[in-house]
Design a protein around this ligand. Sequence first.
Ligand code: NAG
Ligand code: NAG
Ligand code: NAG
Ligand code: NAG
Ligand code: NAG
Ligand code: NAG
Ligand code: NAG
Ligand code: NAG
Ligand code: NAG
Length: 443
Amino acid sequence: MKSYIISNSKSNPFLKTLYLRIFLFFLLIQIRSCFSSSPAPFIFPLKTQILRSPSKLQFQHNVSLIVSLTVGTPPQNVSMVLDTGSELSWVHCNQTTRNNQPDPTIFNPNQSTSYKPIPCFSPTCVNKTQDFPIPPSCDSDNLCHATLSYADASSSDGNLASDTFHLGSSGNISGLVFGCMDSIFSSNADEDSKTTGLMGMNRGSLSFVSQMGFPKFSYCISGSDLSGLLLLGDSNVTWLTPLNYTPLVQISRPLPYFDRVAYTVQLQGIKVSGKLLPIPKSVLVPDHTGAGQTMVDSGTQFTFLLGPVYNILRREFLNQTAGVLRVLEDPNFVFQGAMDLCYRVPLGKTRLPNLPSVSLVFTGAEMVVSGDRVLYRVPGETRGNDSVWCLSFGNSDLLGVEAYVIGHHQQQNVWMEFDLEKSRIGLAQVRCDLARQRFGVGL
Ligand SMILES: *C1O[C@H](CO)[C@@H](O)[C@H](O)[C@H]1NC(C)=O
Ligand SMILES: *[C@@H]1O[C@H](CO)[C@@H](O)[C@H](O)[C@H]1NC(C)=O
Ligand SMILES: *[C@@H]1O[C@H](CO)[C@@H](O)[C@H](O)[C@H]1NC(C)=O
Ligand SMILES: *[C@@H]1O[C@H](CO)[C@@H](O)[C@H](O)[C@H]1NC(C)=O
Ligand SMILES: *[C@@H]1O[C@H](CO)[C@@H](O)[C@H](O)[C@H]1NC(C)=O
Ligand SMILES: *[C@@H]1O[C@H](CO)[C@@H](O)[C@H](O)[C@H]1NC(C)=O
Ligand SMILES: *[C@@H]1O[C@H](CO)[C@@H](O)[C@H](O)[C@H]1NC(C)=O
Ligand SMILES: *[C@@H]1O[C@H](CO)[C@@H](O)[C@H](O)[C@H]1NC(C)=O
Ligand SMILES: *[C@@H]1O[C@H](CO)[C@@H](O)[C@H](O)[C@H]1NC(C)=O
């Protein structure tokens, strides 16, 4: 299980299925110029929307970060999952229309005069796709053919193309390269079809940020109302709160299990209610195969830790919640195949008791997960008169993932700045609803 799955985590198809069920809307609003000296950042409010049809597959989530914008000439609406864990941006494409009625969730390249497919012998197809999990190929029309695949056996095919992306009233970016994916084979096509696409934000040369040449981008996910803010460009949020920075980890030579274009940080330790857990440093650094990197991934909902570390956290959390919460004694119940510390909470109970906080300690910065966010209520799951809540950290080993993955559930109410220029991530606890107001995008 362990070795075959993923030669590196950006291609981790397993995790990438997670965002397909989710719906967090970043509504494109306006561009404002904050500082005349630096280029005006693009500011997007975010909003979540929960899919109405709950899905029955085992590893599904229905909350992810979705940016709404328009593509093409004239512009068509698309909604893209914001994913710091992948490179190629893509949208669902369909070349046909029914009665000339555009399907609002599907991009129709035929109706865009600025749409251009990319030939397979072009420098883009040949030289800029080196970090793609599956290298592109040539189709019968000599166009650059891209394939996305997922561990649940679903896959998607399409062409690399370029078109104009509109980021607000004055921000048109022409010639942006993306995948125009025309077919989705999925065990759950109904759910997947609701996601128009994905905005690849990693450090690969064809990612959205790399192509736009932004020095940095930031986002903030509200903990109270499932909305948030995405800011592309130099945000200069010093008025907000001082950020603590942690350097991005780079490696000089490629390793089989190491994703070189991910946002990799160095995990130093984990605290439960301030108590530093006895974790040997050696298990927190990538080994000679590259396994064991720590990635910040907005495209994954929860946080996953390698087995030995997960078990230490599990033991301590269990210890500190003894007498406070009733453990779900059901060895057969593992939420999403990776989260096996669950509790029973009486349905009538409106508030959870005070819970221990869990802090992820990085070099130079700390991410504190506190309050109800350390647990997640499993939708639809009950035992007698109790609801089921699980620790919102899972065991990577159970997913066959060779990395620590910091998901977006843990990033709520944290200002997250991805500083590409200085190769670091800045973070600070903030009230995202207030931050949104300060940027004038309160909804
Ligand atoms: C998705 O969210 C809805 C509404 O909160 C919930 O009823 C449903 O069970 C969720 N589905 C999954 C798979 O989490
Ligand atoms: C869309 O383009 C394809 C390929 O160029 C063409 O075969 C098809 O007829 C077009 N459809 C419409 C509705 O224009
Ligand atoms: C494309 O759209 C047409 C008309 O709405 C539909 O019949 C066809 O199944 C769609 N094709 C794909 C691959 O979704
Ligand atoms: C695109 O989105 C805008 C704003 O949400 C909406 O007013 C418009 O009707 C949408 N267009 C289509 C074709 O769905
Ligand atoms: C790709 O890069 C190599 C080395 O930089 C160069 O020789 C080659 O011409 C490039 N290929 C294309 C199609 O631009
Ligand atoms: C951006 O594109 C839109 C839609 O095509 C157009 O109306 C607008 O004038 C363009 N803005 C600029 C600054 O080019
Ligand atoms: C950011 O803001 C601070 C104080 O508001 C200012 O001193 C600094 O020059 C600004 N930096 C940039 C890059 O605009
Ligand atoms: C929790 O851990 C402490 C220190 O290791 C130990 O003394 C205590 O008995 C544990 N409590 C429970 C409920 O396991
Ligand atoms: C659930 O609560 C109801 C009403 O309080 C009670 O009648 C019933 O016995 C309880 N069921 C279980 C399984 O505890």
